[in-house]
Write a protein of this length. Structure first.
Length: 340
């Protein structure tokens, strides 16, 4: 049985690698314990480096005024559903939405999000510090600007082609564009697309999510670039990986009524993608031009699944991973921190 499970995981790695190679670069967050098939190994022994932030028209380098729009895409979210904890306790989809919404309602202004404020977009290429630079990332409160439950059915063909057909009709990019039309276009925002409780995307569960950016050729006729993140369903007992592969109970062994425990992975993964979209948003012809290290790892990658812990945001606790701080690494040798 272990051989079969191992073979399944390896085949999924190959599948998502092929999809990524044929598509524009998605910045993947790999499931706990999974090797990175692109060879981008999170390194804890070097700084993030500024890569210029000017790849193509509309490049912003960093999100100076971060904002978030949450999109719960699919009829299942609109109708409501229940999901089971590892002990069989049922939680509603509304409880999960409340958990994710509360995370982003309170992340702005927090010490955790403040880690990002050391990075900027006006500094010499190759720099590892923004001392003397400008265009810094801010950390305003109230970064959650809108929540939309879009009842439009999620197309089943994402299973076969969601990652492979990038330049013409990537359905995730197209949904992000629809979200920008529903809310408004904000070039400093990340539009986070959360899909229903089923496997819909090539490569699951090797990865838990990704962030990317549209351009005029990414998605059907997109007129502008925007940052988006794809968050597939996290809470599954994946073959060969188990329930904790994408963070379920990764910090809290038992669940409380708010959802700490069963929903740990949702704040870990959405937080990871949010932080990387803020510090390395641009994606032009597979080129990353923000803050990333020599291996191509971003501020979330370098601390992925390491020292995960609860932090307090508002009146609740949320499981998060540390984020990479060049300042902390240069001062102490440990760049993975949860506050600044």
């Amino acid at each position: 049985m272990r051989v079969i499970k191992a073979a399944l995981v390896l085949s999924l790695v190959s599948l998502v690698t092929a999809a990524a190679a044929s598509a524009d670069a998605k910045h993947f967050f790999w499931a706990s314990g999974q090797a990175n098939p692109d060879g981008i190994v999170a390194s804890a022994s070097n700084d993030l480096v500024w890569h210029g932030g000017n790849a193509g028209a509309g490049a912003i380098g960093v999100e100076q005024k971060p904002a978030v729009y949450l999109v719960y895409w699919g009829k299942e979210w609109a109708d409501g559903f229940q999901t089971a904890d590892t002990d069989g306790t049922l939680f509603s989809s509304k409880s999960l939405q409340n958990y994710v919404n509360a995370f982003f309602q309170n992340v702005g202004g927090s010490p955790w999000a403040n880690i990002q404020t050391q990075y900027c977009n006006v500094v010499l290429v190759g720099s590892t510090s923004c001392v003397g630079g400008s265009g810094f990332i801010a950390n305003p409160k109230n970064q959650l600007k809108g929540v939309w439950t879009d009842p439009t059915p999620v197309p089943s063909d994402i299973i076969a082609s969601g990652l492979a057909q990038n330049l013409a009709d990537d359905p995730i990019a197209a949904e992000a564009m629809r979200a920008s039309a529903h809310f408004k276009y904000d070039p400093q925002a990340t539009y986070i697309i959360l899909t229903p409780p089923r496997t819909i995307a090539t490569g699951q569960p090797v990865y838990c999510g990704y962030h990317s950016q549209t351009s005029s050729v990414d998605g059907l006729g997109n007129p502008y670039r925007l940052q988006y993140a794809f968050i597939p369903w996290q809470n599954e007992n994946w073959p060969g990986i188990g329930t904790s592969g994408c963070g379920m109970h990764y910090v809290n062994a038992t669940s409380d009524a708010f959802g700490n425990g069963i929903f740990d992975g949702w704040s870990i993964v959405t937080g990871h993608e949010y932080a990387e979209a803020v510090t390395d948003p641009d994606n032009f012809a597979t080129w990353q031009d923000g803050w990333l290290d020599a291996q191509g790892s971003e501020n979330g990658d370098k601390c992925a699944w390491v020292d995960t812990q609860n932090i307090t945001l508002g009146s609740h606790q949320f499981a998060v991973q540390p984020l990479w701080s060049n300042e902390a690494f240069d001062a102490t040798g440990n760049g993975c921190v949860v506050s600044r």
